[in-house]
Design a protein around this ligand. Structure first.
Ligand code: SF4
Ligand code: SF4
Length: 481
């Protein structure tokens, strides 16, 4: 008699969530062929099996890219109930805020079916400027010189004091400021784009751009926004405002458009890159089906490689501070033509085992590509911008003087955590954080899952953790009442 062999490789163990009650669930990570699954066990709801990657080889390689975390200058909560119920950031967290978000309202002029913030025209709350200033100060206290801040909402351009909010952010030592927008106001009010130009350089628009197709836009945004996007981009181009396009991907709806969106981005001089983000099971996504709708980070990476974007497998690498959540590729551009450079940067350098500055002269292949690019056309606007200012986890990159930010192009895939793919190890490495009006800094993933609507308090109660009656969060909606 021979012993049976497991049909999978047991790759490790983590803690995820029961997909029904959100209670912590002990979770096996298993690999079957080229697929990675979570096998969760909830004491009440039994075993649940969820696909988390369609590229086991890349999933395993992500661990090789890990680098030691950079800590915030101060922690704002205590490690008390256990992750993820101590967000603040608590001292157990492993990363500072590479990218911080401040939501200044919940009012919006769209009602997107995929909105994780559940924003809508009938929501009317606008944070007062003094509250926003306190949040900015908190971020500066936590980060010293924050790398990247996104002003978000709701639709932040509808805040009655949006220009004062941006001025308040610019007054503080924030390296790069972004304004997230659906583009409606930018499209309809050319003068608004002109006013925003006052915040450049060091200012960028993060423009919703999910599809070039009418039907996909109707499914994702509930409106045909093709004309709006075109008009918004024309106004941004006219005012030379750096822009990143951000696309939310839904399986079978727009995941086949990754290449088209990247190529479209390259037709605009003002566009510096595209961020792709899978649809998540949070907010208004009530009809979400984990098997039908999910796009995984591995699918985004495959799309970037296979849909003729100009990037190949070696150019799309895990981001060292949170490799399982973020995949990234950098290129230099000359008009519509790009030359990827990520594969030319040694891994040791990116994970912090080498010097913290990339002097391009020391990397002959990189130097040759830079000179090739610069000899193709007149030099761009000179700036002292370093790649590090785009994403703080990368070492400083000393670009030649004549090579400005307008010659850099990046693609990024970000997969946030929801009830299906939640992983306690991964969430501790989250570097994308909300600053809240309650003076907390909370990872994007846990904020949307637990803290936005007070689910954290329900869980602590149900898990018998709230005996002392402590409460660490007040939902934004409650604060408004
Ligand atoms: S996600 Fe981070 S801040 Fe939140 S409880 Fe876990 S370790 Fe603490
Ligand atoms: S996703 Fe953005 S544009 Fe759409 S409803 Fe939400 S806040 Fe508004």
């Amino acid at each position: 008699m021979t012993r049976a062999i497991r049909p999978h490789l047991f790759y490790g163990q983590t803690q995820s969530l029961c997909e029904i009650c959100l209670h912590p669930a002990a979770t096996k990570i298993i690999i079957e062929g080229n697929e990675v699954y979570f096998l969760k066990r909830c004491v009440t709801h039994g075993v649940q099996r969820t696909l988390v990657s369609t590229d086991a080889e890349y999933y395993r390689r992500c661990r090789d890219w890990l680098k030691p975390g950079d800590l915030p200058m101060t922690f704002l909560s205590r490690t008390e109930f256990g992750c993820p119920l101590d967000c603040g950031l608590c001292p157990d967290h492993e990363q500072h805020s590479c990218l911080a978000l401040i939501e200044i309202n919940d009012h919006c002029n769209l009602t997107c079916p995929v909105c994780f913030a559940d924003s809508a025209p009938q929501r009317a709350h606008q944070l007062d400027l003094p509250v926003i200033e306190r949040m900015l100060d908190l971020l500066v206290r936590s980060e010293g010189e924050p790398d990247l801040l996104q002003i978000s909402g709701g639709e932040p351009t509808l805040h009655p004091r949006i220009l004062d909010v941006l001025r308040a952010a610019k007054k503080r030592p924030i390296r790069h400021l972004m304004l997230n927008t659906n583009g409606l106001r930018l499209a309809r009010e050319p003068d608004f784009a002109k006013q925003l130009a006052e915040f450049t350089p060091g200012f960028e628009i993060y423009l919703q751009f999910d599809s070039l197709e009418r039907d996909a836009l109707l499914q994702i945004r509930g409106a045909d926004l093709r004309g709006i996007r075109q008009q918004a981009l024309e106004n941004l181009e006219r005012n030379n405002i750096a822009t990143t396009l951000v696309a939310v991907l839904k399986k079978g709806v727009n995941d086949q458009e990754i290449g088209d969106i990247v190529r479209h981005a390259l037709t605009w001089n003002c566009v510096r890159g595209v961020t792709f983000q899978p649809i998540q099971d949070t907010g208004r996504n009530q009809a979400f089906d984990k098997n039908r709708d999910r796009v995984l980070l591995s699918d985004i990476r495959r799309g970037l490689i296979e849909q003729n974007t100009g990037f190949d497998a070696a150019d799309i690498i895990p981001l060292p501070c949170n490799p399982e959540a973020i995949t990234i590729g950098y290129a230099l551009r000359d008009g519509r033509r790009i030359t990827p450079i990520t594969s030319l940067l040694p891994r040791e350098l990116l994970v912090g085992e080498g010097p913290n500055t990339i002097a391009y002269e020391k990397y002959p292949a990189l130097k040759e590509r830079l000179f090739q690019l610069m000899s193709l056309s007149a030099a761009g606007e000179a700036t002292d911008l370093k790649l590090r200012e785009l994403l703080c986890c990368l070492p400083q990159f000393e670009v030649p003087d004549a090579l400005g930010y307008d010659r850099v192009f990046r693609v990024l895939g970000i997969q946030f955590l929801d009830r299906y793919n939640f992983c306690v190890a991964q969430v501790k490495r989250s570097c994308i954080h909300f600053v809240t009006p309650q003076e907390r800094i909370i990872p994007f993933d846990t904020y949307n899952l637990f803290y936005r609507d007070g689910t954290d308090r329900r869980l602590r109660r149900e898990l018998g953790l709230d005996a002392a009656g402590r409460s660490s969060s007040i939902p934004l909606r409650e604060l408004a009442d």
